[in-house]
Design a protein. Structure first.
Length: 461
């Protein structure tokens, strides 16, 4: 009798779900996008779809003594929307470090900084007197002159902010190593279904950005190596001859090459010895730019040949870190596997660099991973997961802030698929269940927990 009742309940639940699935709820702003023909029910862009875009030209200086990042930028902002814009929204995620910021979790005293100091702002040569003391992570600027539909506006800013001494997704990793993510003020997304993206960053959310083009010059003291999103354009201007030769060799080789060893770094044999060096990077049609620098991390590199291009693969880490000594080989395998298997789309970018840090976090063409030196399977799963994010969100451009389940679901599924190839099906599924399932399946605090648990237990019983 109990068994009949149980299966009856499962049947009723399943039937109810099927009935509701025939007419899915659609939010009003999404319906409006369908009516406006910017989106379509097939998932393809609508006939009148548009995206705004920025072309960022930035000069950034990092002073490891004062721990201040300063910069100036010139943005050519394309208003491809059908609307006149009477304001701009400037996003600066790093203001999450301010004492007054809204945060999802508690932080240490070393996490707190004074945030962005905007020294100047001009839009189409008109000067705006802005006091950024009260700025949050998203900030409205009322324009003196509207930006017309299909017009290109020139936005210029000069700014500075202090690096956080507590490293999470960005900040100081150690006394000579810094991960600079969310390192510049940017124009927020203006899209066809929400208008300006005004969601504050709380430290745990992820991101939603336009596809932009970046030309970035990063000025640092001698003996600091810089790794960044995109291609390094001027290695001959910043690297000494022997190291330059190794780096250039890595760009055409399947071999893992120690571009800069610990001895090289200690003996100051890596960078040119002028007081400051400027490292230039270029990246096109990408949602963000980040970089890291260190005066003592070792540097490995290689490359992997795909169908249409050879991708540079690099790793920067503390000498002697056992799992990171394997990273370049793992990255090569991962990029090749994703390109040929799932999703079966060629890795879309020219580089991938892994930096040893604390975040286990993805960025365009870069990852910031913690070390797991005593468990190579776990460590490799992490880099597989973060590189999977190359496609979702960075290639697809999804709104991670609102729809995090999409990019995390994608990356989590792909880590299992590639893991079965790397470790065998039994070992990969065991790791996946331990890490991704067992901690959540009986979690009582979520609204979906009881229903999900009921179905699972019914199936098991």
């Amino acid at each position: 009798m109990k068994l009949k009742v149980l299966f009856s309940l499962v049947y009723v639940l399943t039937f109810s779900m099927l009935v509701h699935a025939q007419e899915l709820y659609t939010p009003r702003h999404i319906k409006q996008a369908y009516q406006n023909e910017t989106r379509s029910l097939t998932g393809a862009p609508g006939a009148k779809y548009w995206q705004n875009k920025g072309r960022y030209d930035m000069q950034i200086t990092v002073d490891p003594v004062t721990k201040v990042v300063s910069g100036k930028e010139r943005i050519l902002y394309e208003n491809n929307s059908p609307n006149r814009l009477n304001e701009l929204v400037i996003s600066f995620v790093n203001n999450v470090h301010k004492p007054t910021a809204a945060r999802a979790l508690g932080v240490s005293a070393d996490f707190i900084t004074s945030g962005l100091k905007l020294r100047s702002l001009k839009v189409n040569d008109k000067i705006y007197e802005i006091d950024s003391q009260d700025w949050t992570t998203v900030n409205r600027v009322k324009l003196k002159e509207d930006i017309s539909s299909l017009a290109v506006a020139t936005v210029e800013m000069e700014w500075e902010y202090p690096l956080s001494l507590a490293s999470d997704r960005e900040g100081q990793i150690d006394s000579g190593t810094y991960y600079c993510a969310y390192a510049y003020p940017r124009i927020a997304v203006y899209d066809d279904y929400n208008g300006w993206d005004m969601l504050e960053h709380n430290g745990r959310q992820e991101f939603y950005h336009d596809f932009n083009d970046y030309q970035v010059d990063i000025c640092v003291p001698k003996n600091y190596v810089v790794w960044g999103t995109g291609k390094l354009l001027n290695p001959e201007e910043v690297l000494q001859t022997e190291v330059l030769g190794r780096f250039n060799k890595s760009l055409i080789s399947d071999e893992v090459i120690p571009v800069a060893t610990l001895h090289d770094m200690q003996e100051h044999k890596v960078t040119k010895q002028q007081e400051w060096n400027t490292w230039s990077f270029n990246a096109g049609h990408i949602t963000d730019f980040c970089f890291a620098l260190s005066n003592h991390y070792v540097w490995d590199a290689s490359s992997v040949q795909l169908a249409t291009k050879r991708v540079s693969v690099q790793a920067a880490y503390l000498s002697g870190t056992k799992d990171f000594e394997q990273y370049v080989g793992w990255e090569r395998y991962c990029i090749d596997w994703f390109s040929k298997n799932w999703p079966g789309v060629e890795y879309p970018f020219p580089t991938m660099t892994a930096v040893q840090g604390f975040a286990d976090m993805e960025y365009p063409m870069m990852v910031n991973d913690s070390s797991v030196p005593d468990n190579f399977m776990d460590a490799r799963q992490t880099v597989d997961h973060e590189i999977a994010h190359t496609y979702f969100p960075f290639y697809m451009g999804t709104n991670e802030t609102r729809y995090a389940f999409m990019d995390e679901g994608w990356a989590t599924a792909f880590e299992l698929l590639i893991g079965m190839d790397e470790n065998g099906e039994e070992a990969a599924k065991k790791l996946f269940k331990e890490f991704r399932v067992e901690g959540w399946i009986k979690e009582p605090s979520t609204e979906t927990g009881p229903t999900f648990n009921f179905i699972v237990f019914a199936i098991e019983w």
